[in-house]
Design a binder for this molecule. Structure first.
Ligand SMILES: [Zn+2]
Length: 240
């Protein structure tokens, strides 16, 4: 029997150079999620859709996360035409992606965000995905480096961006800051952010804005951090 591909190509128009372009996606019926880490990193059996989330225009070098590819303003377009396109060597990102190819695409998307002075939350989102790709390949050093970049940008987004619309709101932002701080060993900072989220949840005006699942996971994380701290002080006591 001939093997049916789990990939397909979708068409769109590049909002920067207006070329008709194609990009590859994983068919939704082929997506098999096995588990998800606490920082939302998904693990799949078979083809991994995360590999395909960075869409790149082969003509002009514009690249972005698939969910924001078409949402680009005039200022950002101008910056990309000035800073990305003149240095772009035309190449295609269509078809199956290895981790290396996925990383290359995400790093192009990141360069585009920096060139166009995009929102910090968008920069953080791409850095987090680059960290996940390194986690998939077991490269802890690179994973931590990009988790640090993601954490720094999420903090700037929390302070300076309007996060009142969309799925990524200020509460999910607090959670992810707490979660990434924990992963990077900043336990006190992590508990502060997570406790702040629990406090918001106890405010009747905010309670409805925060999902129960997020609060459950936050409570688990606070407990995990307490255990980690207790272990640390035990280790210190036994080596003293
Ligand atoms: Zn283009």
């Amino acid at each position: 029997m001939e093997e049916v591909s789990s990939l397909y190509n979708s068409k769109t128009k590049c909002p920067v150079c207006e070329s008709s372009i194609e990009f590859t996606k994983v068919k939704s019926r082929s997506i098999r999620l096995i588990k998800q880490d606490t920082d939302f990193c998904p693990w799949y059996e078979g083809e991994n859709p995360v590999y395909y989330e960075a869409v790149i225009c082969p003509e002009c070098g514009y690249g972005a996360h698939v969910t924001t590819f078409e949402k680009i303003n005039r200022f950002e377009k101008t910056k990309i035409k000035e800073k990305i396109t003149p240095r772009w060597k035309k190449r295609s990102f269509i078809g199956p992606r290895t981790i290396e190819k996925a990383l290359e695409a995400f790093k192009i998307a990141l360069m585009n965000l920096i060139a166009s002075e995009a929102n910090k939350s968008e920069v953080a989102k791409i850095c987090l995905r680059i960290a996940w790709l390194h986690r998939y390949e077991g490269d802890e050093v690179q994973e931590k480096k990009f988790l640090e970049h993601a954490l720094r940008n999420y903090k700037m987004a929390y302070q300076g961006e309007d996060l009142s619309e969309g799925k990524f709101d200020e509460y999910v932002c607090m959670f992810i800051i707490g979660e990434l701080s924990k992963r990077l060993g900043k336990l006190d900072e992590s508990s502060q952010w997570l406790s702040r989220l629990i406090t918001s949840y106890s405010d009747p005006n905010k309670k409805n804005l925060i999902s129960n699942k997020l609060i459950e996971t936050t409570r688990d994380l606070i407990q995990e951090i307490k255990d980690m701290k207790a272990n640390q002080s035990n280790e210190e006591a036994s080596t003293a």
